[in-house]
Design a protein around this ligand. Structure first.
Ligand SMILES: Cc1cc2nc3c(=O)[nH]c(=O)nc-3n(C[C@H](O)[C@H](O)[C@H](O)COP(=O)(O)OP(=O)(O)OC[C@H]3O[C@@H](n4cnc5c(N)ncnc54)[C@H](O)[C@@H]3O)c2cc1C
Length: 398
């Protein structure tokens, strides 16, 4: 019998997790990545508990923990009033083996997976190889690839499009990316300045509401990352320039000396979900299938959850224990979660953190304080924010 062969487009966290799950089960996998190496930009930096549970099956969580920071507490703050509510993730200890957020850069995961894939003779990762077009018959997918300017075709049994927000796989199949783009862009500034020395009782994950300019303060091992929304009238050059970066940081916490910054990233933010996650033998996963604002850290985590869900089903089909119709459940489960859970919650998080109406702000703050003061409410709240509820909801979808 012919060995099944799966093509994975994109060597981001979602593509590489997919390759790992399939490769570890002995499936032949080819990963194609248009860049010449793995991305090392500072992007997602939070691993939620259920993601750590999934990654631990492959020994990745034990390897990631020493490279990150264990965040037992998360905070909701107000830029003027300080701490509003602190949530103890240890209340999730009966729900997960990892009752904390791991603050760790996403590139550390992809580098760990690459090392594991290198040990698998049936998994090949091809850099500088771009997906250009996709077509399929009842029996196979034919993908047009370009490597160093040379165009060639690869025939595989299945294709996973994990090629990010601008997915060539999604576009080639004409699948709409439904939703909207926020008018403002988001700016992330990284600095080695130690905020915890100046803001009493700061945790590693702090969402700071403000009617004028909200922000998020996130710790990764060597830096603080500060996320701000930008104003519509500001040009990219203004936003990224020293004067405006210093102004934003000084308004947040005045200091006698200018802040030293190590990275500045400005990006557009969208709430979009692909019209379908499956077209016959081709699947979309991760950012290729759904994108959202980063408030709640659900993009990369949701994408990794897609990869596990899809690849476990694909394995059952390739190994003959399920019929191909079982693959439709991937779309039913994960597209529902992308719409009703990931996009809905991240959109709500943004609305709450930027709320200007003083009464609505007070109402939200009072609710958060009440939740934090009650262990049962805290557990329910954290099951939602750490995506445990989303996975349980997905399991209930047949
Ligand atoms: C600038 C930026 C900042 C971000 N910041 C945050 C953040 O602060 N917090 C947060 O939670 N999330 C953040 N995100 C989102 C998070 O990084 C993504 O949700 C996560 O990377 C999704 O993983 P993925 O594997 O689906 O896609 P990606 O990580 O985008 O990986 C897709 C891969 O496919 C490759 N590729 C693209 N097109 C092709 C093609 N035609 N052929 C072959 N390969 C291709 C790309 O080079 C890339 O390596 C950020 C994203 C970006 C772009």
């Amino acid at each position: 019998m012919k060995t099944p062969h799966v093509l994975v487009a994109g060597a981001g966290p979602v593509g590489l997790v997919s390759a790992l799950v399939l490769g570890a089960a002995g499936i032949r996998v080819t990963v194609v990545e248009e860049a010449n190496d793995l991305n090392i930009d500072l992007r997602a930096s939070t691993f939620h508990p259920p993601t750590l549970d999934m990654l631990s099956r492959y020994g990745l969580t034990d390897a990631l923990i020493p490279q990150g920071l264990v965040a037992r507490f998360t905070q909701q703050r107000d830029r003027k009033d300080g701490l509003i509510a602190e949530f103890d993730m240890d209340t999730l200890k009966d729900d997960t083996n990892f009752p904390f957020r791991l603050q760790c850069e996403q590139w550390k995961l992809t580098h760990l997976i690459r090392a594991k894939l290198a040990q698998m003779p049936d998994v090949q990762v091809m850099f500088e190889t771009q997906v250009e077009a996709v077509s399929q018959t009842a029996d196979a997918v034919s993908t047009t690839l370009k490597t160093h300017g040379e165009t060639h075709q690869l025939q595989t049994d299945y294709l996973i499009g994990a090629d990010g927000a601008s997915s060539a796989v999604r576009k080639s199949l004409g699948i709409a990316f439904e939703g909207y783009t926020y008018p403002e862009r988001f700016l992330v500034i990284s600095t080695a300045f130690e905020y915890a020395d100046h803001l009493p009782h700061l945790s590693y994950v702090n969402y700071c509401s403000d009617p004028q300019e909200w922000c998020v303060l996130l710790r990764v091992p060597t830096l603080w990352r500060v996320l701000f929304p930008t104003k519509l009238e500001e040009s990219d050059a203004e936003v990224m320039g020293d004067a405006s970066v210093q102004k934003r940081l000084q308004e947040l916490l005045p200091q006698p000396k200018p802040y030293e910054t190590s990275h500045r990233t400005l990006y557009k933010v969208h709430q979009r979900v692909a019209a379908t996650f499956r077209q016959h033998r081709v699947f979309l996963a991760g950012d290729a299938a759904h994108i959202n604002n980063p408030l709640g850290g659900m993009g990369m985590n949701g994408g990794v959850h897609d990869a596990f869900n899809l690849c476990e089903k694909l394995l059952s089909v390739l190994q003959g224990s399920e019929r191909p119709e079982a693959l439709d459940r991937y779309e039913r489960q994960r597209r529902t979660i992308a719409i009703e859970y990931i996009n809905a919650n991240t959109a709500r998080n943004k609305k709450e953190i930027e709320e200007r109406d003083p009464q609505l702000r007070k109402k939200t703050h009072d609710e958060l304080r009440a939740i934090a003061n009650d262990p049962i409410s805290t557990r329910n709240y954290l099951r939602k924010t750490s995506m445990i509820d989303a996975l349980r909801r997905a399991e209930a979808i047949l």
